[in-house]
Write a protein that binds this ligand. Structure first.
Ligand SMILES: *Cc1c(COP(=O)(O)O)cnc(C)c1O
Length: 362
């Protein structure tokens, strides 16, 4: 059904202006939700149907719903930004729609039509426009997801699905958006294996990363850096963010995409912007021993993580079982800062966008 469109049913009892203002004064990340959600259903008989923008509410689930047992679940994350003229814009939503389709295919789920995916995001942003923060670091974080809700305890791809998008008013992801993070080098746990689901945006990848995240927290680290599962040698990503390294000759390096690395839209945008700015970007395997050596010798001047939620986050220190190493002088470096402002300027419509990435909603 390529012509699936979302019907609008306004929330009859939205939050009052005062309640909303109080919630949005200091929203944090992922705690303050809007008045509406987008929802659509799939069944084998009817295909995708019943697409609505409606009041945000709990969803009844049968205790035998497949997602609760075998974790057929995928999600996306994108932001709507407030623009200077009081409007709002999305950044590359068709890339999220496309990745949502690939994730569905990997998890043997029925893909959601890409046009309808974008229709849901636009209509939700429009109806919940009062929830888009106008602070410099604020945005409306959109969380599309899909679950298998067939009532059946058999191991097979489900025949019924629910697509939902919820929206959350957010500030910056890390408490100090100008600070650096210390990352824990996970030498025991891995995130994704060859042939596995690492390139699909599924909740299961996050569930399996939480023990490593807890280990990191116990070592005083904010994030985990994962190595490849086959050799425990090559740096892959941070489990929720892709990673870049900057060298003294001005070149950038990021690990090449594979079936164990999530193809980040921020990663792709940074590669494009950096190359257009005349920088050399290599997509190459990068061994952990090489990382240590490049930092010790001073050949590497910066490292940073990137993703929609936190944009660009400089890595100040790497902590492993045996040693610690600090990159640069543990403050955001000039390359990370420059790329961040190039990206943010496009996302917020402060500069011309020659790529068609900036898409006005209203
Ligand atoms: C979402 C995600 C990223 C970042 O992707 P963006 O499209 O840049 O937000 C990186 N790694 C993992 C594991 C992710 O789930």
């Amino acid at each position: 059904m390529s012509d699936l469109t979302f019907e609008i049913e306004s929330n009859p009892a939205p939050r009052s202006t005062e309640d909303r203002a109080a919630l949005m004064a200091n929203p944090g990340f992922g705690k303050v939700f809007t008045d509406h959600m987008a929802i659509a259903r799939y069944s084998a008989e009817r295909g995708w149907h019943d697409a609505r923008i409606t009041a945000r509410a709990p969803i009844p689930l049968d205790p035998a719903a497949a997602v609760l047992h075998y974790a057929q679940e995928i999600f996306e994350g994108l932001k709507a930004y407030r623009t200077a003229d009081g409007g709002a814009a999305l950044f590359r939503p068709e890339a999220n729609a496309k990745r949502f389709r690939s994730s569905a295919e990997r998890m043997a789920m029925v893909p959601f039509p890409e046009k309808a995916f974008i229709d849901a995001q636009r209509k939700l942003v429009e109806i919940d426009r009062a929830w888009i923060p106008d602070t410099p670091d604020g945005s409306l974080y959109l969380r599309p997801f899909m679950i298998a809700n067939e009532v059946f305890l058999g191991v097979k791809p489900a025949t019924e699905y629910l697509f939902i998008t919820i929206a959350s008013a957010v500030g910056s992801y890390f408490k100090d958006p100008n600070g650096t993070v210390t990352v824990w080098l996970s030498e025991h746990y891995t995130r994704a294996a060859p042939g596995g689901t690492g390139a699909a945006k599924c909740g299961g990848n996050y569930a399996s990363s939480l023990a490593a995240q807890a280990e990191a927290a116990s070592k005083g680290c904010e994030q985990v850096v994962f190595l490849d599962a086959a050799e425990r040698r090559y740096v892959e990503e941070l489990g929720g963010m892709n990673v870049f390294f900057v060298f003294e000759d001005g070149t950038l390096l990021t690990p090449p995409l594979s079936d164990s690395i999530l193809p980040g839209i921020t990663r792709d945008s940074i590669i494009t912007l950096a190359r257009e700015a005349g920088m050399t970007v290599r997509e190459e395997l990068y061994a952990i021993d090489q990382w240590r050596e490049d930092v010790r010798s001073g050949r590497q001047t910066e490292a940073f993580a990137c993703g929609t939620a936190a944009v660009i986050t400089p890595i100040g220190k790497v902590r492993g079982r045996e040693d610690d190493f600090a990159i640069g002088d543990s403050v955001a470096g000039p390359v990370a800062r420059k790329l961040r402002s190039m990206l943010v300027d496009i996302q917020r419509g402060n500069t011309n966008d020659s790529h068609g990435w900036f898409q006005k909603v209203f």
